[in-house]
Design a protein around this ligand. Structure first.
Ligand code: 5GP
Ligand code: ZN
Length: 114
């Protein structure tokens, strides 16, 4: 989608520090990391938010979850653990309107989500 920063990153029009890529998914380092490991996993297809996921996206979403698992292993945070976050919409604090999952790890996180 035009004017979507993550679509531009997915197309390589804006550079990113890529961690994983295939035909459907891209994972890259967050530009403003809040934990030692902070990676964003996105579908290359523009989906605005979790609210806009359709039944046809079922396989894609399953693939994203498996990709998150594999990246966590590669980043050596699997054993100690990590957090996966999706911010959805206004109250969820979503800033970039292209579906993305944050992988947060490399330090002990608080037990409270909010
Ligand atoms: P949100 O608040 O929408 O869940 O998260 C958006 C995330 O995207 C933020 O953590 C922010 O640092 C990250 N971000 C925004 N613009 C860019 C960018 O151009 N490159 C990268 N690598 N991350 C970005
Ligand atoms: Zn997009």
């Amino acid at each position: 989608m035009e004017d979507c920063i993550f679509c531009k990153i997915a197309k390589g029009e804006i550079p990113s520090s890529k961690v994983y890529e295939d035909e459907d998914i891209l994972a890259f380092k967050d530009i403003n990391p809040v934990t030692p490991v902070h990676i964003l996993v996105i579908p290359k297809k523009h989906i605005e938010s979790l609210n806009n996921v359709e039944p046809e996206d079922e396989k894609l979403l399953g693939k994203i979850i498996l990709t998150i698992k594999n990246i966590a292993k590669e980043q050596e945070i699997s054993e100690k653990g990590y957090r996966v976050v999706n911010n959805c919409g206004e109250d969820g604090g979503q800033e970039v309107k292209h579906l993305h999952f944050h992988i947060l790890g490399g330090k002990k996180l608080g037990t409270k989500i909010v």
